[in-house]
Design a protein around this ligand. Structure first.
Ligand SMILES: Cc1cc2nc3c(=O)[nH]c(=O)nc-3n(C[C@H](O)[C@H](O)[C@H](O)COP(=O)(O)OP(=O)(O)OC[C@H]3O[C@@H](n4cnc5c(N)ncnc54)[C@H](O)[C@@H]3O)c2cc1C
Length: 393
């Protein structure tokens, strides 16, 4: 690499944006490229809010990573004088054996994430607006909560530019990234829209970026971008999200009186109480049908809406007749084991692949960015559960 290495980052979502920022701060020259812009409606980092939680079950790296991310979110809020993280608490309602939740407890303790174990009686006392039918016990993380998704994703890129990074809205063309002799990044936009910013800039009017290293953080598009390396181990699934209107003047269902909640029964339901005037968010974490992030129509299904209403009335009886305010269709970018991918391409050592957030990546953005910048610049290797080798390539 040259004295000041030039790194091109493709994708300005939660993973790519933070990675670009940390690479820049570590002394690299960074060009960040996104086809539709940070937090766009097709991206997995689009939409209003995401949950910031620590419980993740046993034997996993994410509780510790979430604790680091929590620190970094707060540090950047102070630095940028913007608020993205709302620590309204996260409540886990446990049905059945609760092996996932029980297994989470030692890791929460080790990571220094505050939590309480709650008997169902206590849970019902604190939040009488929840019907506790079938709930056996709970975990409460008082300092966890929710994050603003699109707003923070856009701010990260604004800050990256303000600190001297180069951001371009351009699409990377389909190309043989999986081939061993791949050399430079071809852009799909028209050559006339591409201008060299300075004489030494490596973005030239032929629509190519030549850098020392490339980080592909293309979220749900990674499978198509790397059809051999990532494709067989990756699926993008359709996920429906509903926002219900809380009753006028009744604050029991907003963030002042209800934490973020998850309900781990037969299905894994979750939601974020009313906030930012945008209604009470409810979703089912069960993986939906395969979904194309570019051409997929984002209209929720009648069955999905009926199921969401049934669940709402069952668990939050006072919201039974609440009207739908908004709906969203987003996609999870799932790996087969739901672990992230953070690794070098097996045949192109100058390509890094970062993604596979699998429906839980957003909160980790700053911690992933910090980690990836270190790995890329220092030629490191991520921990085994993030490496491509686990797919036996
Ligand atoms: C409904 C839903 C709920 C979720 N809930 C949570 C939650 O509560 N907590 C949590 O932590 N996580 C949650 N997640 C997961 C989290 O949002 C994702 O894991 C995370 O946002 C993924 O970020 P990313 O940067 O990998 O991908 P993206 O945000 O999709 O970014 C990829 C970027 O690449 C760009 N791109 C793609 N192709 C090209 C190309 N050819 N050229 C140039 N640019 C390109 C896209 O425009 C996009 O901006 C949820 C996800 C969904 C969909």
């Amino acid at each position: 690499m040259s004295v000041k290495p030039h790194i091109a980052v493709v994708g300005a979502g939660a993973f790519g944006g933070w990675t670009a920022l940390y690479l820049l701060r570590s002394g690299a020259r960074v060009t960040l490229v996104d086809a539709w812009g940070p937090g766009n409606s097709r991206a997995s980092s689009g939409g209003e809010t995401r949950i910031m939680r620590g419980a993740y079950g046993p034997n996993q790296p994410y509780t510790k990573l979430a604790a680091r991310a929590h620190e970094l979110w707060k540090r950047h809020e102070d630095e940028w004088k913007r608020r993205f993280f709302f620590p309204v608490g996260v409540l886990w309602m446990v049905e059945g054996d609760g092996a996932f939740e029980r297994g989470s407890l030692p890791l929460l303790k080790d990571a220094g994430i505050d939590f309480e174990e709650l008997e169902v009686k206590e849970l019902a006392r604190r939040w009488p607006q929840i019907s506790c039918e079938n709930v056996e016990w709970g975990i409460y993380e008082p300092k966890s909560g929710y994050l603003l998704a699109r707003a923070s994703t856009q701010t990260v890129v604004d800050q990256f530019v303000a600190e001297g990074g180069e951001y371009r809205e351009a699409a990377v063309a389909a190309q043989e990234l999986d081939a061993g002799d791949w050399k430079e990044l071809r852009l799909a936009d028209s050559p006339s829209t591409i201008r060299a910013v300075t004489a030494e800039d490596s973005i030239v009017a032929t629509g190519r970026i030549v850098a020392d290293r490339y980080v592909f953080a293309c979220g749900p598009w990674l499978g198509k971008m790397f059809p051999r390396t990532v494709g067989p181990h990756f699926v993008s699934t359709r996920q429906e999200v509903f926002f219900f209107g809380t009753p006028a003047g009744d604050r029991r269902y907003d963030e002042h009186n209800l934490p973020v909640w998850t309900d781990h029964g037969e299905r894994f339901m979750y939601g974020i109480p009313g906030n930012q005037g945008r209604g009470f968010k409810l979703a089912d974490d069960t993986r939906g049908a395969k979904f194309d992030p570019t051409s997929g129509e984002r209209v929720v299904s009648e069955e999905g809406l009926a199921a969401a209403r049934r669940y709402l009335g069952y668990r939050f009886p006072g919201m039974r007749d609440a009207p739908v305010m908004e709906t969203r269709v987003c996609q999870y970018e799932n790996t087969v084991d739901h672990n992230f991918i953070i690794d070098r391409h097996p045949r192109n050592a100058n390509i890094w692949i970062v993604g596979g957030g699998s429906g839980h990546g957003f909160k980790h953005g700053p911690a992933v960015g910090e980690m990836v910048a270190g790995l890329v610049l220092e030629d490191g290797t991520a921990e085994a559960s993030f490496c491509l080798k686990r797919f036996c390539l």
